[in-house]
Design a protein around this ligand. Sequence first.
Ligand SMILES: Nc1ncnc2c1ncn2[C@@H]1O[C@H](COP(=O)(O)OP(=O)(O)OP(=O)(O)O)[C@@H](O)[C@H]1O
Ligand SMILES: [Mg+2]
Length: 286
Amino acid sequence: MTGLVATGLEYRYPDGRVAVDRVDLEVGPGARIGLTGRNGSGKSTLLLLLAGLVRPAAGTLSLDGAGPAVGGAERSGWRGRVGLVFQDSDDQLLAPTVRDDVEYGPRNLGLPADVVAERVDRVLALLEIADLAPRPIHALSLGQRRRVAIAGVLAMEPKVLLLDEPTAGLDPLGTAALLECLDRLHRAGTAIVLATLDLELALRWSDRLIVLDEGRVVEAGPPDVVLSSAHCARLMGRGPAILAVGRQLRAAGVLPSGENLPRDLDQLLFWLPEPPKREPRVLTLR
Ligand SMILES: Nc1ncnc2c1ncn2[C@@H]1O[C@H](COP(=O)(O)OP(=O)(O)OP(=O)(O)O)[C@@H](O)[C@H]1O
Ligand SMILES: [Mg+2]
């Protein structure tokens, strides 16, 4: 089986709390999987397990048929191939400057210095933070730190990219740039799992959306279907306005029943009727 496969993953914290409960997951090459669920539902813990950063109490993990081995070299081999961008960038950024931090991963992979330098320059440019390269980490804004954390993981060129709330704290254009960058990686075959509480993002970005609750997968499927389910509404509220408008258009017969619900604003606008042409008002001055 190619891709990342998890079966029966379980994790409990030392206080006995079960955070991930018998999770099965398949992340095929080039997959775009959204992960959502209430605060404390287990998203971050599941990503830590998939990244091999904590050891499951039960279950198995494999990438292209081979599991993560316990021990130094092979363990870091897994980490180079499955990269996690942490929810809190401060947990990720440990080097003194931006360039040092982004260099750390590829250098640890044992790559020659010129390859490391080329990769670092490329990801810094990709995330539009080349100007930050010499800056100390502690002197960065929250959104800048998040971009550096993402750059550090991208510099490893992982086969599977795990992102925990990557758009939190990014400005709107920063979010758009990140999504564009994820699209490029997706087209190049990188599999991506993205945890988010932003249901509009989950709707427009994911090919498949998974909802966790109390550590268990409670819904999984196409994002428009999952986000339209009563179960998801009970856990996450009404969901994206775009879907509600789409459902109304379908009920009114404007959106043919065989068509998918719109997943972003452009798709929604496509189905909305043209506004009536209004004659320009002529103001008469008295
Ligand atoms: N270090 C820890 N020690 C004990 N329990 C923890 C620890 N970290 C998380 N938990 C618990 O594990 C469960 C899952 O937490 P997790 O952080 O995975 O949830 P999440 O879905 O990522 O939440 P959020 O949306 O707030 O980021 C929660 O009940 C949480 O309280
Ligand atoms: Mg979390």
